[in-house]
Ligand binder design. Structure first.
Ligand code: 9MR
Length: 354
C-alpha cells in the first residue's frame, strides 16, 4: 500500500466547525474522522461516479480531485443521454466528464454500452429488418466506444444481463432482435473493434448476496468467452445492504477472480435503509456498513495485483447518492452530506492491504 501520510479531513476542504448542528446531520451518530486520501491509501485505482452538473459544484470538485483516480459517468454515457429521439447522438455531457478526468489526471471508465433497461425509441422504431437493426447496434457501439478510444481504460459493455433471481439471462429488445447470447457477443466484438485497448467488462449486481446469480453470471462469462467475446474483466456493482452477513463479499470476490480476468468493484454503496432486517437494531447499521466497507477493501486488496482493475464508489457524499434520492433517510457512502469522511471511510482505508 502506497500510503500518503497526509491526513485530510473532508478531502482537504476547509472543515466546517463540528458544531452540534453539523454533527446532527450524520446519521447513526457517526462523527467525522481523519483519513489519508483514498487514492493514495490504495494500491489500485479508486473510482467514483460523476454527473456533468456536479462538475460545477465548488465543494464536490476538490473532494473528488483529492480522493479519486478514476471517474465513471453516472448516467450521461448511457443511451438515455446519448441517443436523441431522431436517432442521432449527443456527447456534450460525457465529453465534459472526459475532459474533467483528463484535466485532473484521472482515468475514465465507460458505463454502459448495452443495458436491458435502456431502450431508446429510435431503436424500437427501427424496421423489423434484422440487418438494419444490427447495423444500428454496431454503429452505436462504434460511435460511443470509438469516441473515447485512447482515453477510456475500460467499458461496461453489457450491464445486468443475468435475470433478477439468477435463473438464466434477461430478455430485452437487444436479445429479441439479435439473439440472447449473440447480442452480447456482438457487443463485445464491436467494442473491441472500436477500442482495441480498453478492458471490456460484463457488469452485474447482487453477486455477493445471491450465490446462484453469481454462478449464472460466471457461467455466462464462460459461454461468452467460448463464443468469441473479447471479455477482459468482470464488474461487480456491490450495491449492498448494511446487514449483509460477514464473508459474503470475500467469497464473491474470490469466486469472480477465479475466472482469471480483471475484477472491478464498480458501484459500491452500502444502504442503511434497504437492510433486510437481520440486524433488528437500526443503530447498529452504521457499524455494519463500516464492517462491509472494511471487508470489501480487504477482500479486493487480497486479489492478485494484476486482477485489481479498480474499486469504484457510487458517489462520495451521501447527498449525491441515487439511494438517498430514493430515500432521504439513507446514508450509503463514505462521506457525509458536507463532504466529511465518516467512520465508513476510515474502515475502508483500514481494510486495505499492501
Ligand atoms: O445512479 C444512477 C442514477 O443516477 C441513474 O438515474 C440510473 C439510470 O441511469 O442509473 C443509476 O446507476 C445505476 C447503474 O448505472 C447500474 N447499476 C445500478 C445503478 C443504480 O441504479
Amino acid at each position: 500500500m502506497t500510503l500518503d501520510r497526509r491526513i485530510v479531513l473532508g478531502g482537504g476542504l476547509a472543515l466546517a466547525a463540528c458544531d452540534r448542528r453539523a454533527d446532527a446531520q450524520i446519521p447513526g451518530g457517526q462523527t467525522p474522522v481523519a483519513i489519508p486520501p483514498l487514492r493514495s491509501a490504495a494500491a489500485f485505482p479508486v473510482g467514483v461516479c460523476v454527473q456533468e452538473e456536479q462538475l460545477g459544484d465548488p465543494s464536490l470538485v476538490p473532494l473528488i480531485a483529492s480522493q479519486i483516480s478514476q471517474v465513471t459517468p453516472e448516467w450521461e454515457m448511457k443511451m438515455e443521454y446519448i441517443v436523441k429521439d431522431d436517432g442521432s447522438f449527443r456527447f456534450e455531457a460525457p465529453d465534459r466528464i472526459a475532459a474533467f478526468a483528463k484535466a485532473n489526471g484521472m482515468r475514465l471508465f465507460g458505463h454502459t454500452l448495452i443495458w436491458y433497461a435502456q431502450v431508446p425509441g429510435a431503436f424500437e422504431r427501427l424496421d423489423e429488418k434484422r440487418a438494419k437493426f444490427a447495423d444500428a447496434y454496431r454503429n452505436y457501439i462504434l460511435a460511443v466506444a470509438g469516441r473515447y478510444r485512447g482515453q477510456a481504460v475500460g467499458w461496461d459493455v453489457v450491464n445486468e444481463a443475468v435475470a433478477e433471481d439468477g435463473n438464466g439471462w434477461r430478455d430485452s429488445l437487444w436479445s429479441k432482435k439479435l439473439g440472447k447470447l449473440r447480442h452480447m457477443v456482438l457487443a463485445f466484438q464491436h467494442a473491441r473493434e472500436a477500442d482495441p485497448d480498453a478492458v471490456l467488462f460484463l457488469n452485474d449486481y447482487n453477486l455477493e448476496n445471491l450465490p446462484k446469480k453469481r454462478a449464472t453470471f460466471m457461467k455466462l462469462v464462460e459461454a461468452l468467452l467460448k463464443a468469441g467475446a473479447p471479455i477482459g474483466g468482470v464488474g461487480t456493482q456491490t450495491h449492498l445492504a448494511a446487514d449483509l452477513a460477514p464473508g459474503e463479499i470475500t467469497r464473491a470476490l474470490k469466486d469472480l477472480a477465479s475466472l482469471g480476468l480483471a475484477v472491478h468493484v464498480s458501484e459500491m454503496d452500502v444502504s442503511l435503509t434497504r437492510s433486510r432486517g437481520v440486524l433488528k437494531d437500526r443503530n447498529k447499521l452504521p457499524a455494519g456498513q463500516s464492517r462491509l466497507y472494511a471487508e470489501a477493501a480487504e477482500a479486493f486488496s487480497s486479489l492478485p495485483a494484476a486482477q485489481r482493475f479498480a474499486f469504484t464508489h457510487w458517489g462520495l457524499r451521501d447527498k449525491d447518492s441515487w439511494l438517498k434520492r430514493e430515500n432521504p433517510a439513507d446514508a450509503p457512502l463514505l462521506f457525509d452530506d458536507a463532504g466529511r469522511p465518516k467512520a465508513a471511510a476510515a474502515a475502508w482505508i483500514g481494510g486495505l492491504r499492501a
